[in-house]
Design a binder for this molecule. Structure first.
Ligand SMILES: *Cc1c(COP(=O)(O)O)cnc(C)c1O
Length: 420
């Protein structure tokens, strides 16, 4: 049966129109993927990846050649001196916390220059939560340079703040918007921030939270002067097939300090059994440029189609992208909830689950979320969520294939707009 049979004819017509309209934009995203695939393939070739690297490792994990080559490939593809890719890193938050705690010492200050950091990082820093084990608990202070009204970085303010605060040891930059309203930062904007920092201080460590960003553009922050960067393998660089893990990449010395934080002094990056995950992590990284491009093309389709139906999409379908996140404003509770439920019903896993708005610890409003993913909580797989309050904005992210995103979004529109 043709997939369009169950759709309203007006919707079918609009889809055809949208596909024409976004073709050129999609072609650009495919070109980015081609260059990233080339970069990753080169790294695999240079390091002569072979079956010997796929061995199981146990116990201390000494002399694990697969782990070493995985680290080396991440480092090369990200233009970094070194990298550490580990299943022992449990999430993006853990990767970021490990990097920050690896390089900060009591009396130092961490300064975020992209405004308020991602929710979970606020607990790591010690500005929310009970502070136990946070940076604040270790007498590491925190300051922040807020964004300008238009959501851009305050380059002048950054220079001024850094000049006036000698204690600042690490400068934090968050590339993706996460769940904030501000736009995500293109890598070129991250570069402007790095230049602003360097124009007044060459002794600070520039750290980038790269979650959601990997391979959405042709360069990564570490290629443009960031000293340290971290991310999650259940987002972009795991391509949806890696079941757990995180990475830290950057200057060798800082990656090693992060390794000591993850394990123990004297051990650092030299130990840690990979069990049998290495081939999956290698394959995930190899497939990541393609998966990221599929998700981004899906986001462009989503934005274009929902704009066509009068909803407010951010980014617009025409805008350049630096992560996998698409937001859409529905303007009313009913449509938002129905749309989210439809996304769940068109997921490969848990399709029969009915998401409902519910209170969540730590949030003021009810939250609704749809996630029918193979890997628990994976946001490189198609999922959506948002607070159920005006303007009823859903964060829609991920997608392992363009086809899945197109099917799910189209059927969701069919239900919300045409009630079938
Ligand atoms: C997802 C994300 C994180 C944290 O990742 P978890 O794996 O959920 O802990 C941090 N920063 C940003 C910008 C993110 O998108």
């Amino acid at each position: 049966m043709n997939w369009k049979t169950s759709l309203n004819p007006e919707l079918v017509e609009k889809i055809a129109k949208i596909e024409d309209k976004i073709q050129e934009k999609r072609a650009h995203v495919q070109e980015v993927a081609l260059n990233n695939q080339n970069k990753v393939l080169d790294a695999f070739r240079h390091h002569n990846v072979n079956e010997g690297h796929f061995q199981f490792s146990s116990g201390y994990g000494f002399d694990d050649l697969g782990r070493d080559v995985l680290d080396a490939i991440y480092a090369e593809a990200f233009g970094a001196e070194a990298a550490m890719v580990r299943p022992q890193i449990v999430s993006g938050t853990h990767a970021i916390a490990t990097a920050l705690m690896g390089v900060l010492r009591p009396g130092d200050e961490l300064c975020y220059i992209t405004g308020e950091p991602y929710d979970t990082l606020q607990e790591v820093i010690g500005i929310t939560g009970d502070k136990v084990g946070s940076l604040a608990d270790y007498n590491i202070t925190y300051s922040q340079v807020d964004l300008l009204e238009d959501g851009k970085a305050d380059l002048e303010g950054i220079r001024r703040h850094l000049k006036e605060n000698d204690a600042i040891k690490v400068v934090g930059i968050q590339r993706s918007r996460g769940y904030a309203l501000r736009p995500s930062f293109m890598v070129s904007e991250v570069k402007d921030m790095i230049d602003a920092v360097r124009s007044v201080r060459d002794d600070v460590i520039i750290f980038v939270d790269n979650c959601y960003g990997e391979f959405s553009e042709e360069v990564e922050p570490t290629e443009l002067g960031a000293d340290l960067m971290a991310g999650s393998l259940i987002k972009n660089p795991g391509a949806g097939i890696v079941p757990t893990g995180g990475y830290i990449a950057g200057k060798k010395q800082y990656v090693e300090m992060s390794g000591i934080q993850l394990t123990a002094p004297g051990i650092g990056v030299e130990e840690g059994a990979m069990l049998s995950i290495t081939p999956t992590m290698l394959q995930g990284f190899f497939m990541a440029p393609h998966m990221v491009s599929q998700a981004i093309q899906g986001a462009i389709f989503t934005a274009a189609l929902l704009e066509e139906y009068g909803m407010k999409a951010d980014p617009l379908w025409t805008e350049d992208r630096t992560d996998l996140i698409q937001t859409v404003e529905f303007g009313n509770r009913d449509d938002m909830v129905k749309f989210c439920q439809a996304i769940q019903h068109f997921s490969p896993v848990n399709a029969n689950v009915q998401p409902e708005p519910a209170a969540m610890p730590g949030y003021e409003d009810e939250i609704i979320m749809a996630s029918g993913s193979f890997v628990q909580g994976s946001t490189s797989e198609l999922s959506c969520d948002g607070p159920v309050r005006a303007p009823y904005r859903l964060y829609i992210q991920g997608g392992l294939s363009y086809e899945h995103v197109k099917l799910a979004i189209t059927h969701a529109v069919n239900e919300v707009v045409y009630g079938s």
